[in-house]
Design a protein around this ligand. Structure first.
Ligand SMILES: Cc1ncc(COP(=O)(O)O)c(C=O)c1O
Length: 404
């Protein structure tokens, strides 16, 4: 028998709706099949083709694709020369990889609080964290909205820091009319299936800096080079290569690259549909005092990867967990992005204290992510809205004393 909704009656949906889903069409499938029938499964022509396409899309001079967004962050930190004793400033409202990349290099992640309205890292909080050990900022474009790049770039210039933009959510967004990916010292992308475009897995680092580009290429593949000008010993013949540094195998396959090339052709469509859904959600929720909307900065023309529903605690008789469960009972399966990174036991064991970023911690208590992806039908979107409105009204403080 169907489980009743927490607000009573039958659930708004009979089939579950999840917070994200990839969109793969026949062209995507054909482009992968072509690679499977070709001579190269990895390190073939699709890698360069994808890198060129990312450069054309973003306006960046160089792109280095790699196995995933975490590898991209690690590569960027290595290219920036981050090492033991250094500090790297990032936000706690992100996936753990944004801070882990500093740890991989032996450096210390330092967490700066967010802007309570946009949920992105607050440049004023970053500034307070800068000291003589600070080497870089890993600034996350949370939900796809650009960080305040002008202020962060200015700060980095003034203090001699490297700005690494963790753009795992940002593909398709522009800042002051220029695509994110061409603006920070390095920008990383993730192509995980919940992201706007996917390669199954995949990542990229974009930069305008030739020296970073050289290092990114080197670290992506074991620290090995075939370029004679980089070699330390005399070239011995056409087979010859040298390992001149310690790198990793962070290569992307041609199979992933082919899928991504095909997916990128649909980015304008994906982007437009995501914007449409966000606009519809915003319109529906702006009338509810129980819900606060994520503020948009005018500089960012945002392709939203995530839609955050923020609850206003003093307007509701239930908390985030109960709201989340009530939505699930309507068969709307949300998620929470993110648990503040330093809450994790691993970070606690490293000595991070709870309470260091109060605005981020408050947001964590009040937020959940609603379904947002290209393949959602208008009916799916309306179902989500009906469910949210139903729960928000049922458990509104003003509605009496419904509690769960
Ligand atoms: C903000 C952020 N940074 C980095 C990553 C890591 O990307 P990947 O999963 O491709 O390694 C993610 C992915 O979830 C992310 O959301």
């Amino acid at each position: 028998m169907e489980k009743p909704a927490i607000c009573g009656g039958t659930p708004i949906r009979s089939r579950k709706l999840y917070y994200g889903h990839q969109y793969i069409d026949e062209e995507d499938i054909q482009s992968v099949v072509e690679v499977l029938r070709s001579d190269y499964l990895t390190c073939g022509p699709k890698i360069g083709e994808l890198e060129e396409k990312l450069c054309r899309l973003t306006g960046a001079r160089y792109a280095v694709v790699c196995s995933n967004g975490t590898a991209a962050l690690h590569l960027a930190c290595m290219a920036a020369g981050i090492q033991a004793g250094d500090e790297v400033i990032t936000t706690p409202i992100t996936f753990a990889a944004s801070a882990n990349c500093a740890l991989y290099c032996g450096a210390k992640p330092v967490f700066a609080d967010i802007n309570e309205k946009t949920y992105n890292i607050d440049p004023a909080c970053v500034e307070v964290c800068v000291n003589e050990k600070t080497k870089a900022i890993v600034a996350v474009d949370f939900t796809g909205q650009s960080v305040e790049l002008d202020r962060l770039m200015e700060l980095c210039q003034e203090k001699g820091l490297v700005l690494i933009e963790d753009g795992a959510h940002v593909i398709g967004t522009s800042y002051k009319g220029r695509m994110n990916g061409s603006l920070a010292d390095m920008t990383t992308f993730s192509f995980h299936p919940v992201k706007t475009v996917t390669g199954g897995e995949g990542g990229a680092v974009l930069t305008n800096n030739k020296e970073y580009y050289r290092r990114l290429l080197l670290y992506r593949s074991h620290g090995i080079t075939r370029e004679q000008e980089w070699m330390e010993n005399p070239w011995e013949g056409p087979w010859y290569y040298e390992q001149i540094d310690l790198g990793y195998n962070y290569r992307m396959t041609d199979i992933q690259a082919a899928l991504l090339i095909s997916q990128l052709d649909k980015l304008p469509l994906f982007s437009a549909r995501r914007k449409e859904i966000v606009a519809r959600y915003n319109q529906a929720f702006s009338a509810l005092p129980q819900i606060a909307l994520q503020e948009e900065i005018p500089e960012s023309d945002t392709t939203r990867h995530l839609y955050i529903l923020r609850l206003v605690p003093d307007q509701l008789t239930i908390d985030r967990r109960q709201f989340f469960e009530a939505l699930a009972a309507e068969n709307i399966c949300g998620n929470v992005h993110y648990i503040p990174t330093y809450y994790f036991p691993y970070y606690q064991r490293l000595g991070y204290q709870k309470g260091i970023c109060p605005k981020a911690e408050k947001l964590y208590q009040e937020m959940l992510s609603l379904p947002l992806y290209y393949g959602m039908t208008d009916q799916d979107v309306e179902d989500v809205i009906r469910a949210v409105v139903r729960i928000a009204d049922y458990f509104a403080v003003s509605a009496g004393n419904h509690t769960q």
